[in-house]
Design a protein. Structure first.
Lengths: 228, 228, 228, 228
DNA sequence: AATGAATGAGGATTCATTCAT
DNA sequence: TATGAATGAATCCTCATTCAT
């Protein structure tokens, strides 16, 4: 399920129709146009990178005039800055859903976080580009994304710490751990999930090795037995 | 010691002087000009980012005409692509030196790798920008940099593995571990080493936490004792 | 008393009310909207100049949609062209009132014309901008304004001439004199009446010097005594 | 003699030629290009007004690429702001020359100033547009022009005052007089010197009437005899 | 009559690269 | 080899005006 599918410009069905004559209120039409532009922008960034996501390409992709862009966004940069935080929230939601379905076990939860991330990345192929170019092209949006992810990850770790599962306790330490885990999922996805321009699932040993490392590094009473 | 200091455009001394009148052979003069341009480019990237490193700025910074740039480099992009690999090799050298001076102990060596990296970053402030913008602006150069670092790191890990110190053995597994370690040092430096536009040493608990995590996750017979 | 006060969009009282339910006839409502747009336009020109008086600003200022503008005016330019002549007529009325209150003396009347002009300018701050930008941005409106002022001034001069007060008699000559007087009041107001973006009264010596010049240049039997 | 004639892009003769092979040094060629752009800009302003003097028109008129414009001027506005002060200095020079040739008599000198101005205007047709649009489109350049003219006119008046010719003495008074005289020449030229888009000499009675007014208003011992 | 989303023709500016000198 | 003026394609953004609702 891609971003466009999750945020359909054309809603599946509008049950309550006040004016049968006029299906689309003006406001609704505006929403649709806005969504079309956003979708075209994401597409453009995915295909040509942030630098190649020109107003011309975005507007053409959305099927609107260049000027229309500025009805919905203050500037090209403003739109770009918005993309990553928007998707970042969806990523958070997805990971939360996956973690909720995982067995009640700290290690399973951590695996769920990693796998949820990789799943979402597969479903949202353009996120890949955003993650890798965002830092230089939308500094603020990237900062916000990192903040969102860090806050959430940190909460999760603090929860595990309170349950006594972790080898780390202080927030300062957990902060560092948080960086390590987020860094790892980014680097791992960067190197194992892109094949021929398409995002794929990494080979199974990748997440396994990651988990081995993390279980030994992060969790209590988990060491001793090295992986075979 | 910055890049410019390590690669002086004006060599300290030229001992063999064939023509007393003409100290610098034409070739040597060319080398100097080339180095001046490269140094100006690094400076420009550090100060204004890759996007802001225009030919105008680079040439002005090097004290040459715009056209002269093209005597030494095929294109702006070609120069940019070269920067990161060049520095990457130096980084490797620096880390190797630091590791050689470390105690003969796998954990001490890993700490040396992290601290060597952080040291080099402090000495080469413009590397920071390159690392964080390089992926989007000089894809190939960045790829080469990652390759250089990965190859070296992987060798080191394989060495430790052969000595029986690690919980991982297969190259495939070590590859993943390698990503985790490189990712961590990048993310950690990104978040703890930049204060007010200057690269600084991170607070001591940062590397300590990192080492705790890594010792538990990576090394054999090292677990059991969680940090206080 | 500003333009808006002189031309209230909401009339003080509508005595005859045919339909008690509907106070405002449709036509009346239209008039009000039109006046609101005109007032917003004047405000916009005053604050941002003719070039900055965009439809967006005008419509927003008037509290109507952009499209509504075109119900009342053929084009932005058409509105702009109308502004100066409209105000020009009011200026004429004001000066006439002031002159009527002046002593029955040609010199006093001329002083009244100048002072009436300056007074009106103070009360209509946006006129300042219109006068100084009008020539390039609303050529025709400016032409009409100049025509209105010239015709009136010329009539006044001809009246004085018929009474035998002037050193000039032919209409051709009076035409030239008329230019001189109108030019002077414009330049004098431009240079002495604007302080920190606000229109102020000029220092007293300014009108005095003007009158000295004009009395010597224009009026009969007035010379001889130079000012100290 | 137009601006272009006074400032020829191609100099009449370069006597000292260091390199016979290379007539035009690079610097000289630059000067020529700059002059071509400036001339094209003046032409464009004259023909289409400041608002119509687009980079496209200017560059095309000068026979250079759009980008070349920015080799010589920081911005379109910067060029525009420069035009009026440049020409204002030439106007001053012209008037000074004319005054120097006039009979040694304050009234003759004042007539020379007015006639010199009108002459220059005829020779520099585009000045007309600049004078009438400059205030709104190149505020700073216009301010500078007014300053230049005012300073010069004021000096002339102070000179006459010191010789005891004027009915005014204090600088404050002369300032006001100065505005009146400059205003008059502008208004008079605006209304009598433009016929079918061409600048022409005004009918003779115009300057005569002006002089009558000024002689009565400004000069001592000059009144008494009104013109018939 | 009112609305305001959509239009699209411009306009200023940037900058990597070329090439005659 | 060095120069730096010239190039011109490309880009973002503005805004008067239209028109379906």
């Amino acid at each position: 399920m891609s971003y466009a599918e999750r945020n359909p410009a054309t809603p599946p069905q509008s049950t309550a129709v006040p004016h049968p004559k006029r299906r689309l209120t003006r406001a609704r039409k505006g929403e649709i146009t806005r969504a079309k532009i956003m979708a075209a922008a994401i597409e453009a960034v995915g295909k040509h990178g942030f630098a190649g996501a020109t107003i011309a390409r975005i507007a053409d992709g959305a099927g609107v005039a260049h000027g229309t862009f500025y009805t919905y966004f203050d500037s090209r940069q403003a739109l770009l800055e918005q993309m990553l935080p928007d998707i970042s929230v969806e990523l958070l939601n997805h990971i939360r859903d996956v973690v909720l379905k995982a067995p009640d076990d700290p290690i399973a939860r951590e695996r769920a976080r990693m796998e949820g991330f990789l799943e979402f990345l597969r479903d949202t192929p353009h996120l890949f580009t955003m993650l890798h170019e965002g830092e230089s092209h939308t500094r603020e949006g990237f900062r916000r994304h990192v903040e969102l992810q860090t806050d959430s990850y940190l909460s999760a770790l603090q929860h595990e710490a309170r349950l006594g599962h972790l080898r780390f306790e202080s927030t300062n330490q957990l902060h560092v751990v948080c960086r390590i885990l987020m860094a790892s999922r980014d680097y791992i996805s960067a190197h194992y999930c892109m094949r021929d321009g398409k995002v794929v699932a990494p080979p199974p040993h990748v997440v396994d090795s990651y988990m081995t490392f993390v279980v030994g590094g992060l969790f209590k009473n988990a060491g001793g037995n090295p992986p075979e």
